[in-house]
Write a protein that binds this ligand. Structure first.
Ligand code: ZN
Length: 184
């Protein structure tokens, strides 16, 4: 990975991954922990960027479209919004690194309503490595926006997980055959 590449770790929080999470991928989400940490360390060692777009909500927000679709999740300040597993410690150890940043997002896509595109362009980052959860929801919508904005996309299939096996398989196929991503 070069300085023009960024690893995105999307929504790897307790609510999406832990057994007790509100909207959890469960085991498939938990087993990708090591792979995500390995990629994060490799990325920093080779001069790339590590970006952590992280869902945030107000409980029962009457104006948010997800309120009708999903149980309350990733509420600011809650256990559910803390990073899951090894990522929690990894982030504490690396949060002051100028090449690591976490930021809030409120929609599926890491681009929707955020300054991600500006930050990437400022840094001349043109290739995004996607990891995290859920493959067919937030990773997918982030990939669609990245595609429309002309970023190169690599999806690390051992570092993404979905709520269902069907969703995982469908999304991996879509990344490769419709969004032109490298899936590896
Ligand atoms: Zn959400």
């Amino acid at each position: 990975m070069s300085e023009n590449e960024a690893l995105l770790i999307i929504d790897y929080t307790n609510d999406f991954v832990a057994d007790q999470g509100a909207l959890t991928c469960g085991k498939p989400g938990q087993v990708i922990d090591d792979k995500i940490i390995g990629l994060a360390n490799e990325t920093l060692a080779s001069g790339g960027w590590v970006i952590l777009p992280t869902d945030v909500h107000i409980p029962e927000d009457p104006y948010h479209p997800e309120s009708k679709l999903f149980p309350s999740h990733n509420v600011r300040g809650s256990w559910g919004r803390e990073f899951y597993g090894s990522l929690a410690n990894w982030f504490v150890q690396h949060q002051d690194d100028p090449k690591v940043f976490m930021y809030d997002k409120t929609r599926y896509s890491a681009f929707a309503g955020t300054d991600l595109d500006l930050r990437l362009r400022e840094r001349k980052i043109n290739l995004l490595h996607l990891t995290g959860v859920c493959t067919d929801i937030c990773v997918l919508h982030t990939a669609v926006d990245a595609y429309n904005l002309n970023y190169g996309i690599t999806v690390h299939k051992a570092a993404v997980a979905a709520l269902t096996a069907k969703g995982q398989a469908w999304a991996l196929d879509h990344f490769e055959h419709v969004l032109g991503a490298t899936v590896r």
